[in-house]
Design a protein around this ligand. Sequence first.
Ligand code: ZN
Length: 345
Amino acid sequence: MIYRTINIPVFLEIGEGILEDFNGILKKHNLSFSRPLILTGEKSSKVLAGFDFFNRFEKLFIRENDLETLLVIKSDIYGKGYDLLLACGGGRVIDSGKFLSLETSLPLVAIPTILSSDSVSSPISILKDNHGTRSMGTVMPMGVLIDVQIIRTSPEIYLKAGLGDLMSNLSSAYDWELAYKRGFERIDNFSRMLALLPAQRILLKTDGYKGLKDEELLADLAEGLVLSGISMAIAGSSRPASGSEHNISHSLDRILGQQKKLHGLQVGLATVLTLILQGNREQADVLSQLYKKTGFPLNLKELDISCEDFEKALEIAPGLRDRYTVLNEIPIEELKEVARARLCK
Ligand SMILES: [Zn+2]
């Protein structure tokens, strides 16, 4: 028999108020640990301060996510009798947790307090080193616990960013197929579907959602971002969830420097443009309706990015990385024209 093996979390629990039932969840999955260590950040610890769960275990604050600091933390916790790491926080804490899990071989449970990207359940961490920020292969968490009650109280801007990062899969799936058709890349349909279908589901349900904090939308978003992370683990790269719209966002990061906006907001807005470039104007229109309903920025002005800077990003985006996308097939003047017509209002 010929199969392939993939690492996915032992458990995935998404629900209202489930954090306090942490022990019950472990039990349900036949897991037990005697000395967990909570990794957290300043803001997250305030959000979680009222929870029994949070006060029950030892805590360590992740203040910086550079490799040097994390290696010091590793030597502080290694061989001290801990048998589980619990990363309770945003992307910085969870990405650091995945790195520390890899370095110490301790299993990790990711407990996000915000949902701003699809990195919760991916085996990739964005960390800092001497040369700036970089994306590193780390580990998939052993478990993922998303308490919707906590996510609902998180700042709206993070929820919008999470929505944008998930919806960008509509565009990246097209680009992956395009690269495959042109003979530049192999394609993995399991992984492509896992990333694409949750985004399509949300798009189809646009009319039914009441707004950004709609209970069903939050659950769909949480599930979708988790599946998106797993799709990257299956593909062995970010390919299923990162195409032309991510190229534009990475280019914006370079041009804007400190002024860059949240990753999910940039990729989410760029997706409206790339869908049109891909010949999917209808989807772009429904996506704009979803954005309107959820308060997601509808144009560059609302995202506080100038059209000039966006055009500069379009110039470098096609050649930014070795990833063939729709941007490689359209002349730059046409790219700018479509961007002006749709995003510069
Ligand atoms: Zn992304």
